[in-house]
Design a protein. Structure first.
Lengths: 293, 332
């Protein structure tokens, strides 16, 4: 039994079992201890504070807080808009990463740096500038509005803002994987008579799919929690364009701490489940394409 | 929450000790967003006055934010000596949690509000839609910009003023509810806060009329240039109090009680009332008010208590989840 386990470990080899139980890298306990301490300090303690505050509610109050029609509409909007935005980002983010990795052209470094801008820009600035662009009297909005296309102060605006803030996540996760992809494999595929589409579908795509999924998950998670940029462009009409973070702020405004944390807990729960599912998908995909899970 | 409170407290007290080395006595005033310019001028006046009367140097720091966000920050441990808000519910919340005295409203004259404001309309230059009064706001072709009552005191006051207008002109509560509902049906965008509403109206060019505080009108003229908009005084509007209180928790710890009371009392002086008037905030001193009658056109004003009991009762009935405001959007 032990030898079976050990033989799967790449480092075990032929050495004696006693020595093999020692890890090659020193400091495991110290680093694990630090990891747990750090995670608790930065993530778990604030989150448990959130849960404790929620527990001050009875079930009936909790349900009333998290399942009123306005709140339900906001979940649909927040998760729906985040999903659409992340999907769009997967497509165009891959395109961007592809261009940045595979081609050389003047100004490439600048474009590469531009990708990170949404990371650094204060989100309120992003929201205000997008609104200024897309509103009926903005640079872009003035040409679209006469054709009946309204991009600001409705759900379209929300999706656009979320696409903006999520883009770097996809590009930056796919880029290094594309860089590491072995070009020889693609050449081999071509030599074996694969069409360009087949090369992409059967050679390139499987190797970058996990990174794409990770990028999707990050962009999606980021979009769910986004407040600053969306709030300026959303219009914020109850039942129509009111995102869940705004519901939380609204509850805080009426000093309903418990209600606000209850909605936050529900959001957190849904996000956590979604991220777990995405992670599972990812490891399934990796196993299927023959990599280590 | 406990842990977070301790961290904020620790940080705040660190910051405090750092500043105490620099000056003899400091005072922190936690105030609402748009009062920044007023308090900048008032603080300078107060420091000079305090030096003259007591010979002591004092330094006043300001912390600005949304009124109720500020109240939450003070409640959670921000070491402000005084709070100067624009919504009485914010101070009542602090009183309920024992941060300010329970009888704060009687500790200073005029229900502890040295100044007030009211809700006015801003319309586009020349008033193309001919908006004169609240009843014009429910016409089908009028687009109204107003702050979301869920996120801003400005919006709550606008809502209550509209409700009060119907009552004042002889309507019933049911008629008022219908009127307010019609009014909000004309709202294309609910702004997050007062400044956001101004931006939507003036920079995005959305809407025919903006409902906002009288004091905003002055700053609009200053920032966007006079003549872009006209101020319209409706026949009836509401009195919005700007309550002040000493944060007992902080002054007990810092020993700044005397100073804090002197600071708030001086808000009632002629000098301070004049400064307020210059910033478009209604002075409570009748003499000063009369002097600036061109800015503060007399209109029929009613207090919140006339139709709503108190602001916190109005909050419960109208703005809390499931209240009257929610019904506008959820009941079809």
């Amino acid at each position: 039994m032990t030898s079976a386990i050990l033989s799967t470990s790449p480092l075990a080899g032929n050495s004696q079992p006693k020595r093999a139980t020692r890890r090659v890298l020193p400091g495991f306990k110290l680093t694990l201890g630090y990891t747990l301490f750090y995670l608790s300090l930065i993530v778990l303690i604030p989150l448990s504070a959130l849960l404790f505050k929620t527990f001050t509610l009875t079930w009936v109050e909790f349900w009333a807080a998290v399942a009123s029609p306005r709140v339900l509409a906001s979940y649909r909007l927040t998760f729906g808009a985040s999903f659409v935005a992340a999907l769009v980002n997967v497509f165009f983010g891959l395109l961007l990463a592809w261009v940045l990795v595979r081609y050389n052209f003047p100004g490439k470094k600048i474009i590469d740096a531009l990708v990170d801008l949404p990371f650094a820009l204060p989100t309120a600035v992003a929201g205000i500038s997008l609104t200024a662009l897309l509103a009926g009297n903005g640079w872009i909005g003035q040409y679209l509005e006469p054709h009946g296309i309204q991009l600001a102060f409705n759900r379209n605006g929300i999706v656009i803002a979320l696409i903006f803030i999520g883009l770097p996540f996809v590009v930056r996760t796919v880029q290094p994987v594309l860089e590491d992809a072995e070009k020889e494999l693609e050449e081999a595929a071509t030599c074996l008579g694969a069409s360009r589409w087949q090369t992409f579908r059967y050679v390139i795509f499987p190797s970058i799919a996990p990174a794409l999924l990770t990028g999707f998950a990050m962009a999606f998670a980021r979009a769910i929690g986004e407040y600053g940029s969306v709030i300026f462009i959303a219009g914020n009409m109850p039942m129509i364009s009111e995102i869940t973070p705004l519901i939380i702020i609204g509850k805080l405004e009426q000093y309903d701490y418990a209600g606000a944390t209850a909605v936050a807990t529900v959001m957190l729960g849904i996000s956590f489940v979604l991220l777990l599912v995405i992670n599972a998908l990812q490891s399934w995909q990796r196993r299927r394409s023959g990599g280590k899970s | 929450m406990k842990f977070m409170q301790k961290v904020t407290l620790a940080l705040a007290s660190l910051a405090l000790t750092a500043t105490q080395f620099a000056a003899a006595q400091t005072l922190l005033n936690a105030s609402y967003d748009v009062s920044r310019e007023f308090y900048k001028e008032y603080n300078a006046a107060f420091v000079a006055h305090y030096k003259k009367t007591t010979g002591k140097d004092v330094k006043v720091d300001q912390a600005h934010g949304g009124s109720s966000a500020q109240a939450r920050a003070v409640n959670d441990g921000l070491n402000a000596d005084v709070v100067t808000m624009n919504t009485t519910t914010d101070v009542e919340f602090l009183a309920k949690n024992g941060v300010v005295a329970a009888d704060w409203a009687t500790r200073f004259p005029n229900h502890a509000s040295p100044t007030t404001s009211t809700m006015l309309f801003l319309v586009r230059n020349g008033n193309p839609k001919g908006i004169k009064d609240w009843s014009d706001l429910i016409k089908p072709d009028v687009k109204v910009i107003v702050v979301n009552p869920k996120t801003g005191g400005n919006g709550r006051m606008a809502y209550l003023a509209a409700w009060g207008y119907v009552r004042k002109t002889g309507g019933t509560d049911a008629q008022a509810a219908e009127f307010v509902s019609k009014l909000f049906k004309n709202v294309p965008v609910l702004a997050k806060g007062g400044r956001d509403a101004t931006t939507i109206f003036l920079q995005r060019n959305i809407g025919d009329v903006l409902i906002t505080f009288e004091s905003e009108v002055v700053s609009v003229d200053r920032e966007f240039g006079a003549g872009k908009v006209d101020a319209i005084h409706p026949s009836v509007s509401i009195i919005a109090e700007n309550p002040v209180a000493v944060v007992e928790r902080t002054v007990a710890k810092k020993g700044t009680g005397e100073l804090a009371r002197a600071y708030l009392n001086y808000l009632y002086s002629d000098e301070a009332q004049e400064i307020a008037a210059k910033h478009g905030i209604r002075p409570s001193n009748q003499k000063v008010l009369a002097k600036y009658a061109s800015t503060f056109k007399p209109l029929q004003l009613f207090p919140v208590s006339e139709y709503f009991g108190s602001l916190s009762e109005a909050q419960k009935v109208h703005f809390n989840d499931g209240g009257q405001f929610d019904k506008i959007y959820t009941v079809k």
